[in-house]
Design a protein around this ligand. Structure first.
Ligand SMILES: NC(=O)c1ccc[n+]([C@@H]2O[C@H](COP(=O)([O-])OP(=O)(O)OC[C@H]3O[C@@H](n4cnc5c(N)ncnc54)[C@H](O)[C@@H]3O)[C@@H](O)[C@H]2O)c1
Ligand SMILES: [Zn+2]
Length: 385
């Protein structure tokens, strides 16, 4: 156990993608060195800092000062916060700002924010002048452990999430865990769903680490937070390096997301936030796996217990089978009319299986007796990081 604020260690994780290889740097107070880090990457000229109003309030002044001090011209581009900003209109706004400020091919975009800002910035960088460099400075737990790594960028269409986008790898990912201090608790907890996911899909030791530590999640040491972020990034980097464009192996990252995305879309993106929907998805996809004979009850029990201990919801809301199945069909994981789902065989090992409607309905009817829980999202701001 260490005292808060003393961990100065720096971790570098390489995402091995040939010519597009890049480094994820994890270091407390890294945000103070952003200008120097950009110089090290040989970024030239102008830097467009894309962020949202919440982040601007906390960090824009500091980031602008640090980047300017390294000799760059900084152009801030501030968008409204939230998923509803992830539209083509926001892309147009970013592009307008770049044209206005005469950004060139060699100019750089910097995404300062959560997954929404990262996805928008990466896509704008992919299409402005057919592609300019960008770096990720993820500020939410979801962004630090998931969305900033792997090069999926894009925006939503009114008919579906992430329907418009491009694969575009950043030049680097700069993670400063200190930034999580201002993250609202509900967002922090939602990010833990993706962290738990990595344990289930790839690393039983990590899952056990979470089982031992997640109960005291509000009091995690700096080392524990750094470990969680680092191990999650390592797993994601490894999976992405094996299958950059999601031909096969990368699909394991979708554990919990077949049901999770369906719940999100049934809620019109206003009910559960992403991690909460994924949490329920993980519990029920594990339960479905047990029903179909891929794993034992012990796996379901452990997944449910860990999700619950993290403060995430574990019960399916009141949906009908037809609504759920219909929403699951909208998923990008449907291929040639067949819906695929990631199922655990044991903790740390998963496989991808096709789902049949009649089998899934039989499972759904068996679990329907379970009622909705009295779960309520945490609303305060997480302090002490
Ligand atoms: N590209 C990918 O591979 C990938 C992977 C996972 C998720 N995503 C996408 O990421 C998005 C979800 O990301 P998210 O959960 O970060 O959402 P988000 O970007 O909306 O951030 C959540 C909220 O937290 C606020 N916030 C973020 N960091 C903060 C900080 N340090 N202090 C105070 N407030 C802070 C934001 O302003 C926002 O209100 C979704 O659109 C999802 O599709 C993409
Ligand atoms: Zn997710």
């Amino acid at each position: 156990m260490t005292t808060l604020g003393t961990d100065t260690s720096s971790h570098a994780i390489h995402v091995e993608l040939g010519a597009r290889t890049y480094t994820i740097v994890i270091r407390r107070n890294l945000v103070q060195d952003l200008g120097e880090e950009l110089k090290r990457l040989r970024c030239a000229g102008k830097v467009g800092v894309v962020t949202d109003r919440n982040l601007a309030k906390h960090y824009l002044k500091q980031v602008t000062r640090r980047v300017k001090a390294a000799g760059y011209t900084v152009v801030p581009i501030v968008l409204p916060p939230g998923e509803r900003t992830k539209t083509l209109l926001s892309i147009a706004r970013v592009i307008d700002a770049l044209v206005e400020a005469r950004f060139e091919r060699s100019s750089t975009l910097l995404a300062l924010g959560g997954g929404v800002i990262g996805d928008i910035t990466g896509f704008a960088a992919a299409i402005y002048q057919r592609g300019i460099p960008f770096v990720q400075v993820p500020t939410s737990l979801v962004a630090q452990v998931d969305s900033s790594v792997g090069g999926k960028t894009g925006v939503d269409h009114p008919k579906g999430k992430n329907l418009i986008g491009a694969f575009n790898q950043p030049r680097a990912v700069f993670i400063d865990p200190v930034m999580l201090a201002t993250l609202p608790t509900r967002e922090w907890v939602a990010g833990l769903a993706e962290v738990i996911k990595y344990g289930v899909i790839a690393d039983e030791t990590f899952f056990e680490y979470l089982e031992r530590n997640i109960g005291s999640i509000g009091n995690l040491t700096d080392e524990a937070v750094a470990h969680i972020v680092k191990r999650s990034c390592e797993i994601k980097a490894q999976v992405v390096a094996e299958d950059e464009r999601e031909a096969d192996r990368r699909r394991i990252l979708n554990f919990g997301h077949t049901i999770g995305h369906a719940l999100e879309s049934l809620g019109g993106y206003r009910g559960f936030i992403h991690g909460e929907a994924v949490a329920i998805g993980m519990v029920y996809e594990a339960d479905l796996a047990r029903h179909l004979g891929y794993c034992g009850e012990d796996v379901v029990t452990r997944v449910r217990a860990l999700v619950k201990a993290a403060g995430l919801p574990v019960r399916l809301p009141r949906v009908t089978f037809n609504d759920l199945w219909g929403a699951m069909q909208q998923d990008k994981k449907v291929s040639a009319g067949t819906l695929y789902c990631v199922v655990p065989e044991r903790i740390g090992v998963v496989r991808i299986v096709p789902l049949k409607k009649d089998e899934t309905r039989a499972w759904f009817q068996a679990v329907r007796a379970r009622d909705t829980s009295g779960w309520k999202p945490a609303r305060s701001v997480r302090r002490g990081r």
